[in-house]
Design a protein. Structure first.
Length: 304
């Protein structure tokens, strides 16, 4: 069965335009909830002996310190705390409060500090700048790579337009993922840290790989197809759609397992990957290829 995907491109492109517009609005009004990697803050790991406090007990014990953006993450053998303050004075106050909490509940209990890392605001800004610059560089390299890979495909669409179509799909993926995390950050407090940037870069690679598979099939079919460009593209998409969906679903199922059963430190990373891979598969089928056809239609009208 041949699905008329390209013929119904207006529906898919309209839905994607609405999704991107909503994402831009969310980013404009709410922005991203940047974590301590970007805003500066502290990460502290403490091991309790002869006593394992509950999260609520730690929160109550640290109320007097008045920490901002406090996050408490229990592990198998320790407690990890994240908070916005990064001064040595606050660090010592937190350490003392945790020791007091341990001895208060059990005279033989103790709280041992295993590690303490502090990120200043200037370092956070530098990380933010480098992260977004690396994303921009990836976009440029992808355009150059696809333009070179498809240099022998010049009719009816120039090779560089394949690269631009892939970038349009990637921008769609990134904006949608950022929009989702803007909403999640506003309503559920989910933060954007350096693992999120790593996830976005991974999604870019995954998405462009999926898009190139479709484009490569178009390149193979063009010389031997008796259909027009729209029909050839639609045939090519149909020939690759099952493979794309099966591959992405396998990855998403693995990521969902990590999301629901994995540790708290990697859940946000897994969530970003799952969202990105899902929307990346969608864009490679319903955005990148239709954009090529729209471009070819506009080009044909100009030549008439």
């Amino acid at each position: 069965m041949v699905y008329k995907i390209i013929q119904k491109r207006r529906i898919f492109l309209s839905l994607s335009t609405l999704a991107v517009a909503a994402s831009i609005c969310a980013l404009f009004f709410w922005g991203l909830n940047f974590g301590i990697d970007f805003t500066g803050g502290s990460l502290m790991e403490v091991e309790f002996t002869n006593y394992q406090p509950k999260i609520t007990e730690i929160q109550d014990g640290l109320k007097d310190v008045n920490l901002h953006n406090l996050e408490i993450q229990p592990t198998e053998s320790s407690i990890i705390l994240r908070f916005k303050e990064n001064s040595e004075e606050i660090h010592q106050q937190v350490a003392q409060k945790l020791r007091d909490l341990a001895t208060k509940n059990n005279k033989n209990a103790s709280a041992k500090e295993l590690s303490f890392d502090s990120v200043g605001p200037s370092i956070g800004q530098e990380l933010k700048s480098k992260s977004f610059n690396s994303t921009a560089i990836v976009f440029i390299v992808i355009i150059l790579y696809i333009s070179y890979a498809f240099r022998r495909v010049s009719k009816p669409v120039s090779s560089w337009k394949y690269g631009v179509a892939a970038i349009i799909a990637l921008v769609h993926d990134v904006l949608f993922t950022l929009g989702v995390f803007s909403v999640l950050g506003h309503f559920y407090g989910i933060e954007v840290n350096t693992p999120f940037i790593a996830a976005v870069l991974t999604v870019l690679g995954y998405s462009v790989s999926d898009t190139i598979i479709v484009f490569d099939r178009i390149r193979e079919n063009l010389p031997k197809s008796s259909l027009d460009f729209e029909g050839t593209v639609n045939t090519s998409v149909n020939q690759t759609i099952t493979r794309s969906i099966n591959t992405s679903m396998s990855a998403i199922l693995a990521l969902l397992a990590i999301l629901f059963f994995g540790g708290a430190t990697i859940k946000d990373f897994a969530l970003a990957l799952a969202i990105g891979i899902f929307i990346g598969t969608y864009s490679s089928i319903f955005i990148a290829s239709p954009v090529l056809v729209v471009w070819e239609k506009i080009q044909a009208k100009r030549h008439k």
